[in-house]
Write a protein that binds this ligand. Structure first.
Ligand SMILES: [Zn+2]
Length: 124
């Protein structure tokens, strides 16, 4: 239920921002979820919409953009996606935190760990 707690935090954040902006209605919400958060975007969306029921955000459109992971290898300078390992036992894709080019674990994660509210459109 990682998605649920994430969605609750997002919903609270959205409603607080809308309140501060004196919004009458929330029109749309755009979220960005990185591939390394291992969050199920559809589930996050579902729980956000549940959380917005009977609020000024009840009719808002929720859009989620998935952000592809990007790493920088400090060993060979590789910049790009991480390799994912499919685990048939758990049916999960687990990211391997090593460089796909030289196998070094001295990597820096540039993108993919974000779970942010990118944009909120409101009606005043
Ligand atoms: Zn490398």
């Amino acid at each position: 239920m990682h998605e649920f707690s994430t969605a609750v935090a997002i919903t609270e954040n959205v409603l607080n921002s809308a309140k501060r902006a004196r919004a009458k209605k929330i029109l749309s919400i755009r979220l960005e979820i990185g591939g390394l958060t291992l969050l199920n975007a559809e589930q996050v969306k579902f729980w956000v919409m549940e959380g917005l029921k009977e609020t000024i955000g009840a009719e808002s459109r929720v859009k989620i953009e998935n952000i592809n992971p990007e790493i920088l290898c400090k060993n060979c300078g590789y910049i790009g996606d991480l390799h994912f390992m499919d685990d048939p036992t758990y049916h999960l894709s687990l990211p391997l935190f090593t460089c796909p080019q030289c196998n070094s674990s001295k990597i820096e994660i540039k993108k993919g760990k974000e779970c942010v509210i990118r944009d909120i459109q409101i009606l005043k």
